[in-house]
Design a binder for this molecule. Structure first.
Ligand code: ZN
Length: 319
């Protein structure tokens, strides 16, 4: 019987050692990458985790929205919980590492899954969950659809087990609710239909930072409710005493810098779609031909522009 005797010649041994190190190196960085979760203190006591400017997939783990928290002298308010239970847990961990204060509130900015699928991580924290008065209905209607969507895009089993968590405090459309987290007043405003029909913004009076999902920086704004409503919301925001904007997606910008590109895009869309209506052309013509140039250089323009045209076309149909 012939036995295989391993030949540990020095050269082969060195090669296998180098292979082993390379493999370990790769494993280490893959694991490290999938767990890295950065939090930036963008103003005193105001922490933001910036999501990727992409659509959710298994590489970015659904980490595509800006989420974070504000620390007062008494408690902490969390703003959105991310696109998966895992992201919610990472955010909670960062909060615990940052401060010993209790979390008193979670604000869910709107009903899109990249912003609230991490809420379950906070269930043990005895928090008040604040949403727009229209949020509950939107969540109940779309939750199962969003759960399947998130799972199919991100492929994490924990998504399938996620339970729907409904806000226990609401803000009426057009109204502001002020909460005090200790020497720090936070104004939570419920907007009329814009990006969705259930958008909330957060205004930190101390820093004049304004956190709003109604504002997209760099990433194509996706119109899900009303382009005209969204424009009038932006007009209103322009009049507010805001220093810096934390958008739902994208980097921080000063107020005008953040809002102006959206205004330009919406104005162009409205103007061009009106021309299609005037000349009696079809929705399909508009989808292919209305405002085709990406003047503001939006990211993901090809994925969202055509559905923005559709939404604008149907909204302007009966003007
Ligand atoms: Zn959204």
């Amino acid at each position: 019987m012939n036995h295989y005797i391993p030949n540990f010649s020095t050269k082969k041994f060195k090669m296998s050692l180098s292979f082993l190190f390379k493999t370990l190196f790769l494993i280490f960085f893959t694991v490290k990458n999938s767990f890295s979760f950065e939090i930036n203190e963008v103003a005193k006591g105001l922490f933001v985790h910036f999501g990727q400017q992409e659509d959710s997939n298994s590489k970015n783990n659904g980490d595509i929205a800006n989420i974070g928290f504000i620390v007062g002298s008494q408690s902490i308010v969390v703003i959105d919980t991310g696109g998966t239970p895992e992201i919610g847990m990472k955010l909670l961990k960062k909060i615990k590492e940052t401060s010993n204060l209790p979390i008193s509130h979670i604000v869910i900015t709107h009903s899109h899954p990249d912003h609230f699928f991490g809420t379950e991580a906070f269930v043990g924290e005895n928090v008040t969950i604040i949403g727009h008065e229209n949020l509950e209905r939107a969540l109940i209607t779309n939750f199962e659809f969003y759960k399947n969507l998130q799972f199919n895009l991100i492929r994490q089993d924990s998504i399938k087990k996620t339970k729907l968590i409904i806000p226990n405090q609401t803000v009426e459309s057009g109204k502001i609710k002020t909460i005090d987290i200790g020497n720090r007043e936070i104004e939570i405003k419920a907007w009329k239909s814009g990006h969705t029909d259930n958008d909330l913004s957060i205004y930190d009076k101390k820093t004049r930072f304004f956190w709003s999902e109604n504002i997209f920086v760099e990433r194509t704004p996706s119109i899900r409710a009303s382009i005209k409503g969204w424009k009038s919301n932006l007009d209103e925001a322009l009049k507010m005493d805001i220093d810096t904007i934390i958008p739902g997606h994208g980097p921080l910008k000063k107020k005008n810098q953040a809002i102006q590109p959206m205004m330009n895009y919406f104005d162009r869309l409205i103007k061009e779609v009106r021309k299609f209506h005037k000349s009696g052309r079809t929705l399909r013509d508009a989808q292919n031909l209305a405002a085709p140039k990406n003047v503001e250089k939006w990211l993901l323009f090809d994925s969202y522009h055509s559905s923005n045209v559709t939404k604008t076309y149907t909204e302007l149909e009966w003007e």
